[in-house]
Design a protein around this ligand. Structure first.
Ligand SMILES: Cc1cc2nc3c(=O)[nH]c(=O)nc-3n(C[C@H](O)[C@H](O)[C@H](O)COP(=O)(O)O)c2cc1C
Length: 326
């Protein structure tokens, strides 16, 4: 029998195909639909630090709020945050009640301040693990590398002190020393790192000469960046890796596992093809394993990871071979 089980989020997942955090996983009906496709886990849409603050500011700017004294506003702020968080806690509880798949809460944040106190409540609501979606765009010319990096370590430390469920990180590639940063973070007791989040990107309309939004959904050729870094990092870090971005097929998922990923997280493909794509990818992995006589994920996971410090295998040599024949 083919065993598709794998480890991520500090849990044994039935298979490596995870429904990644997105709008769909923020809606209970969609979560139930996704669960029918039997993902290894479902990561809920993130509760956003900025979202809570924006709502607060919107309410504050109303004429009603403007007449309130600052002490009341502090209370008002608290009430709004409570309401938003309450909705998220309800989502966790409902999901846990209605589906038989691990439910991972997700927190998106850019500071290690107030939101930290929320995480215990995500655990109490029944989340099986917490994914921290940490991201600072390093665009502030006055902010040092150390300041940016401290945010990641502080967030991990503070959250790990508060909760007992596994904590994983979802990160971007905006680090000056990505490999060392991931290695150092992985040694802080986290249960996994997800490489890499794909963010909203601005684009420019040259006719209107104005800023627009880049494509919200990934294309199937965007997997090469996480593939490279999964290959480079998977044998070096002290925790499992999940790959995300551009995984739209079983073939790409298999590549990620060969490079050393314990799991893959899918979002855009669910929007483009519907949640059934999860089952399609899982079945595709199983069929490939049978054809290749693999009985379990661990028999081929990391087979093509970078096992030595000779980084040229994942970078320069392939580049030179390619152009050397042209
Ligand atoms: C519409 C949409 C909403 C998303 N919302 C979140 C979110 O709330 N939190 C998060 O960590 N990632 C979020 N993501 C990122 C996805 O989880 C995923 O990491 C990223 O889209 C790359 O995977 P993909 O190529 O399969 O889309 C979102 C993606 C999409 C398309």
């Amino acid at each position: 029998m083919t065993d598709l089980s794998t480890r991520f989020f500090g849990l044994t997942l039935k298979n490596p195909v995870i429904a990644g955090s997105c709008g769909m996983t923020g809606n209970i009906n969609r979560i139930v639909e996704i669960a029918k496709a039997k993902p290894g886990a479902i990561v809920l849409k993130s509760v956003f630090e900025e979202e809570i603050d924006l709502l607060y500011q919107k309410e504050q700017s109303s004429s009603y709020a403007q007449n309130l004294d600052p002490e009341y506003l502090n209370y008002f702020d608290y009430v709004i945050k409570e309401e938003n968080l309450g909705k998220y806690l309800d989502l966790i509880q409902e999901a846990k009640k209605l589906v038989d798949v691990p439910i991972v809460a997700s927190v998106s944040c850019i500071t290690s301040n107030e939101w930290i106190s929320y995480v215990k409540r995500l655990q109490d609501a029944g989340a099986d693990a917490i994914e921290l979606n940490l991201f600072i765009i390093p665009s502030d010319v006055k902010r040092t590398n150390e300041e940016n990096e401290r945010f990641y370590f502080e967030s991990v430390r503070k959250v790990s002190e508060i909760v007992s469920i596994p904590v994983t990180l979802k990160v971007s590639y905006y680090f000056s020393n990505l490999a060392k940063m991931m290695k150092d973070l992985s040694s802080k007791g986290i249960a996994g790192i997800t490489l890499f989040n794909r963010f909203y990107s601005p684009d420019i309309n040259i006719e209107k000469e104005e800023l627009t939004s880049g494509d919200v959904f990934s294309n199937s050729d965007e997997y090469l960046l996480p593939l490279r870094w999964t290959g480079i990092l998977s044998s070096k870090v002290d925790c499992p890796i999940a790959a995300t971005t551009g995984i739209h097929s079983a073939e790409t998922a298999i590549k990620m596992i060969l490079a050393g990923a314990g799991a893959v997280q899918i979002a855009s493909a669910m929007y483009k093809e519907g949640p059934d794509v999860i089952g399609k990818i899982t079945n595709g992995i199983e069929e490939w394993m049978k054809r290749k006589f693999y009985n379990s994920i661990k028999e081929f996971k990391g087979k093509l990871a970078l096992h030595t410090d000779d980084i040229t295998a994942y970078e320069r040599v392939q580049f030179m071979n390619y152009f050397g024949n042209k």
